[in-house]
Design a protein around this ligand. Structure first.
Ligand SMILES: [Fe+2]
Ligand SMILES: [Fe+2]
Length: 273
């Protein structure tokens, strides 16, 4: 069991967002904005999946996992609230959130699925992605640049908590007797969807900004994704770990998350200690 603290982040989400807020880099800005666009709908789905799975657990298991599940729900609810405010600024900048519409359409398939383990396997798969991307970012906060300290804090706080609750959905899936066949079947599907959705929305954001066909956008993207210390290069191995039969998200270290939370105590207030 993990102690998950819900934290109120002390940032001003009223102040507008600059167009190239992330280090003046068009690709990085567009990619992070794209991810933010997916959070309100995605994290609501995760909350619903965890809640529904938890309800079907036997009482003894519920007592065991209750605190962790409540912490997970509280953290994700806080993330989606702040990212909804972030996304309102993006809409004012003229960016169009197509990812959310596609996701809402796709999620309809779960409405008639009686077995809560499917939605949980999907949640565990996305949580693996968010955890490995978060861990990468916590080790490289400079990727966020220094033009908007508030957004840098928001991304690092979110990353720290994603890393912190990385095993909640997975543990619940296991507690409900979820098997590896479906866990991996959903993971493969989520991998394809996540990469496609993220790239499509990033490209659309760049198109909206008139940055899509610039050589500089893609040369910077190449270095960011595939260069030394690059995002894809560094997260490939942890991504692949999920295929191991004995894998558990706890196998991945979360020291960077603990370090950030410790070093940035003035950036947040615990709501549920
Ligand atoms: Fe989150
Ligand atoms: Fe999460």
């Amino acid at each position: 069991m993990t102690d998950l603290v819900v934290r109120r982040l002390l940032v001003d989400m009223e102040a507008p967002i600059e167009r190239l807020w992330c280090d003046g880099d068009a690709f990085r800005t567009a990619l992070l904005n794209a991810l933010s666009m997916s959070f309100p709908v995605g994290e609501q789905f995760f909350i619903d999946a965890v809640r529904a799975g938890f309800k079907t657990l036997p009482a003894v298991k519920q007592a065991e996992l209750n605190d962790e599940v409540q912490g997970f729900i509280g953290q994700e609810a806080t993330h989606r609230r702040l990212h909804a405010l972030y996304n309102e600024h993006l809409a004012r900048l003229g960016l169009e959130n197509r990812w959310e519409l596609r996701a809402l359409e796709r999620l309809k398939q779960f409405k008639d699925t009686a077995d809560p383990r499917h939605a949980l396997a999907v949640t565990a798969a996305y949580e693996h992605f968010t955890a490995i991307l978060s861990n990468w970012l916590l080790h490289r906060p400079q990727a966020l640049g220094n033009r908007d300290a508030r957004l840098a804090t928001l991304w690092l706080w979110h990353s720290a908590e994603e890393s912190e609750h990385r095993s909640t959905a997975f543990s619940l899936y296991r507690a409900l007797g979820g098997n590896d066949t479906w866990r991996l079947r959903w993971f493969r599907r989520v991998t394809l969807l996540f990469i496609t959705d993220a790239l499509r929305q990033t490209a659309h954001n760049l198109r909206c900004e008139g940055q899509l066909w610039r050589w500089r956008t893609w040369s910077a993207a190449g270095a960011f994704l595939f260069g030394r210390g690059g995002l894809v290069r560094c997260t490939f191995k942890p991504w692949r770990d999920y295929f191991r039969a004995d894998f558990h998200p706890k196998d991945h270290d979360a020291q960077a998350s603990r370090d950030w939370l410790e070093a940035n105590r003035t950036a947040y207030e615990p709501v549920r200690p």
